[in-house]
Design a protein. Structure first.
Length: 409
């Protein structure tokens, strides 16, 4: 309401209209029309947020234990939660900030519906990091439970400064690039039985790479690698039996995914991507949750270097270890020392191989990582836990601020 009031309060006092040229008059009319459109959009969003039921009294403490809890704030404040995060990814300089609005809306359970029912999530986000990488974007995760439909849509634009590595014999060379990227994603899935969904997805990425070094660009970065677009059309099976999409205490999720890039899909490349993953959470005792993560991925054909599978584990810099084939295993043990507070430990290993290597060959890239951390139950109604992890790998120590579970993708 303040924004709308300000628009009218600072409206200039009308003055006599001077004689103007026709082109100038057309520009002014276009500007006025644009202003009216923007005002209508603002009024539309204002009515969406405020022309609903009167908001209930918002509390920042839990009704059960009186501790700090955001459940009431999320549910009763029209589902809105401002998010501010510190980014600690080593590949982005080890420090950065991210922020954006997060809207979480609980779904009404249809009659006869069984299983967990995730909320609708709408988010805008932006980030800026120590190595001058930045991204802005938004995403929507929603569902229509009555007809068994889930959907995801998202898009972003940014410029990322990342290092890529070339190994020749025992020597490794590092090349730094600025990547201007525009990804757009859409997926729709239909419930076929129990909690198993079959879906289709489309991922478009436009990328322009600019070298951040003065030496000659190596041959592996040809003209198409530096300026291209990929467009993947795929199908997937998603079997999700977790009791929470944020921080599960029990259940499992299995995802099988196949996608293809081809000229007819709008891509500059011809390749296919096959991946499989398992996240399994088993309550050993009432205060001990054991987690297991398995992932495998393989690229058929020639994909751009920056889209090759890479090991994604705490302690390992992003895109540091890449290859056409990837496999990893990780376990996490969480102990709830109090209803609100938890400690955890994790350890894992991952391996990659290029298309010219035998995956079982000892010369392939293998990395180990592990660490510890703590969690606080921030929103009991949604089982959202947040905290800090400290991890170590062959690349040294690093820390992460985690909202939800680190394995969420």
């Amino acid at each position: 309401m303040f924004l709308l009031s300000a628009l009218f309060a600072f409206r200039p006092i009308p003055k006599p209209k001077p004689m103007v040229a026709v082109p100038t008059l057309l520009v002014q009319k276009k500007r006025k029309l644009l202003g009216k459109i923007i005002l209508l959009i603002l009024m539309h969003f204002y009515s969406m947020i405020h022309c609903q039921e009167p908001p209930k009294k918002v509390s920042m403490s839990d009704t059960l234990d009186g501790k700090l809890d955001f459940s009431s704030f999320i549910i009763d404040a029209n589902g809105f939660l401002p998010i501010a995060m510190i980014i600690t990814e080593p590949a982005f300089g080890g420090f950065g900030v991210g922020a954006g609005p997060l809207f979480i809306k609980r779904k009404k359970r249809p009659e006869g519906y069984k299983g967990s029912l995730p909320p609708d999530i709408t988010a805008g986000f932006g980030m800026y990091t120590a190595n001058n990488s930045w991204v802005v974007g938004g995403a929507r995760l929603g569902s229509f439970p009555k007809i068994g439909i889930k959907y995801r849509i998202g898009g972003a634009y940014g410029k990322l400064n990342l290092n890529y590595y070339e190994t020749i014999g025992d020597q490794e060379r590092t090349f730094s690039f600025n990547i201007e990227t525009l990804p757009i994603m859409l997926s729709v899935s239909k419930r076929i039985v129990d909690e198993i969904y079959f879906g289709v997805k489309y991922l478009y990425i436009k990328s322009i790479l600019s070298p951040n070094f003065s030496e000659d660009v190596p041959e592996m970065f040809n003209s198409k690698e530096l300026n291209n677009q990929t467009a993947a059309l795929g199908a997937f099976l998603d079997w999700d039996k977790r009791n929470s999409i944020f921080t599960p205490d029990k259940g499992y999720r299995v995802v099988l995914d196949y996608s293809m890039n081809s000229y007819w899909t709008g891509s500059d490349y011809e390749y296919q991507n096959l991946s499989a993953s398992l996240n399994w959470f088993l309550p050993i005792r009432h205060n001990w949750v054991s987690g297991l993560r398995l992932e495998g991925q393989h690229i058929f054909g020639d994909a751009p270097l920056y889209l090759l599978p890479s090991i994604n584990m705490r302690g390992v810099p992003l895109v540091r270890y890449q290859g056409n084939t990837l496999a990893l295993i990780e376990t996490e043990q969480r102990f709830d020392i109090k209803p609100r507070w938890s400690i955890l430990g994790f350890v894992g290993t991952g391996k990659t191989a290029t298309k010219d290597q035998d995956f079982m060959d000892g010369s392939t890239k293998t990395v180990y990582s592990g660490g510890t951390g703590f969690r606080y139950l921030l929103a009991r109604a949604f089982n959202v836990r947040t905290g800090i992890d400290v991890a170590y790998s062959g690349n040294g120590f690093t820390y992460y601020i985690v909202m939800g579970h680190n394995w969420n993708r």
